[in-house]
Design a binder for this molecule. Structure first.
Ligand SMILES: [Zn+2]
Ligand SMILES: [Zn+2]
Length: 186
């Protein structure tokens, strides 16, 4: 039985994740994008993307595999990993996405920065949710936004992530609405 409704967003944890965190991500994705979200692990081993020199994982390669493994009728895919991700021109990334494509991924690795091991779970989860919406936003063709409060604003640090809001500015909201209409009619 594989009866997903069309236009489902697939949330694909690479490692096991807290249910409370998953619930918050799902809630935010439904609120912002308005499509059903289904949890579906697609990859459980990132060894293929590991760079032995950098000791990090090349996110672009992971996006390709997520896209290949997801059901063909899935609208978008968001992978979530605890591993540290990079693209060759940067020391690390909080996530990466195929602009206007299907696959995106976020890394939890650096989002705990400053929070230590105990407490502050709510603030940590808030960062994760913002980055999840940001990366998935790119798959809906949203580019980086100049508005520092917009969730599509590019963040160099977790302080930048904390500073931005958890929603799209009016300009990006309009772009998303147009893109959704285009997807639903196509
Ligand atoms: Zn971005
Ligand atoms: Zn914006």
């Amino acid at each position: 039985m594989n009866t997903q409704p069309a236009h489902t967003i697939i949330l694909s944890p690479i490692e096991a994740l807290d249910t409370s965190l998953l619930d918050r991500i799902i809630g935010a994705l439904i609120t912002v994008f308005g499509f059903p979200v289904e949890i579906m692990p697609l990859i459980d081993d990132l060894a293929f993307a590991f760079d032995r020199q950098r000791r990090q994982y090349h996110s672009t390669l992971i996006l390709e595999i997520l896209d290949r493994k997801a059901p063909s009728d899935a609208l978008k895919i968001l992978g979530v990993t605890r591993q540290d991700l990079f693209i060759p021109i940067l020391t690390h990334v909080y996530g990466e996405a195929q602009l206007g494509g299907r696959a995106s991924i976020i890394s939890l690795h650096r989002l705990k920065e400053g929070f230590g091991s105990e407490g502050r779970e709510k603030e940590y989860h808030t960062r994760v949710v913002k980055e999840a919406v940001h990366e998935l936003g790119h798959t809906f063709n949203l580019r980086h936004c100049k508005d520092p409060g917009c969730i599509m604003h590019y963040c160099h640090s977790v302080a930048d992530v904390d500073r931005k809001s958890n929603h799209l500015c009016r300009y990006c909201s309009t772009l998303l609405k147009d893109e959704k209409e285009r997807l639903m009619s196509g």
